[in-house]
Design a protein around this ligand. Structure first.
Ligand code: AMP
Length: 175
């Protein structure tokens, strides 16, 4: 919704990886086991995927990266890639949701989307992986002054309003 509103390209690494798995590509076959266990796919596999996506033509006005970066190594490689391409990062959104709410949300999504990684056990592992590897990015981006934390509990519409509000404040009303 955010990408549509800004006329940016939405890049979800999770969607790209799931497509690679569906299409049976080499990347997909390497990534599948990690995804099914709720672990992060190795950084090297993500790097080419993200680089290729960012190089796709025609170049959009901007990108909404969703689910990337997920650890400090990815954050460093993203900032290197962006500076080589002379692209500035406009902001970083942290959707803050408590674990109980998340588990409930994923339980409902499992019924609708049948994702292999929305089982109870994998969800628990994904939360552990988030705490260990992704949560440190909150401090990392806080220090850059780019971080906006938005409460992510509530309905899609409520969260969307908050996200748009946060983006507007960052861009001075461009959204
Ligand atoms: P998502 O759709 O963002 O929840 O991602 C689903 C799964 O894809 C994750 O649990 C990981 O196994 C993998 N994945 C997605 N994005 C990344 C990333 N940036 N780094 C490593 N693995 C990822």
């Amino acid at each position: 919704m955010l990408a549509e509103r800004l006329a940016f390209r939405h890049v979800s690494t999770g969607d790209l990886l799931r497509r690679a798995v569906r299409e049976g590509t080499v990347l997909g076959s390497k990534a599948k086991g990690f995804m099914d266990r709720g672990e992060l796919v190795p950084d090297a596999l993500l790097l080419d995927l993200v680089r290729e996506t960012l190089e796709e033509k025609p170049e959009p006005a901007g990108w909404v990266l969703d689910g990337y970066p997920r650890n400090l190594i990815q954050a460093e490689s993203l900032s290197k890639m962006l500076s080589e391409a002379r692209v500035a990062m406009g902001g970083v959104l942290n959707l803050a949701v408590g674990p109980a709410f998340l588990v409930e949300r994923l339980r409902k999504r499992a019924v609708v989307e049948h994702r292999a990684d929305d089982t109870e056990e994998t969800v628990r592992n994904r939360l552990r992986v988030y705490e260990e590897q992704t949560a440190p990015l909150v401090d990392y981006y806080q220090r850059t002054g780019l971080l906006k934390t938005v409460p992510g509990e509530g309905t899609v519409e409520e969260v969307q309003e908050r996200v748009l509000g946060a983006v507007k404040r960052r861009t001075g009303g461009m959204a």
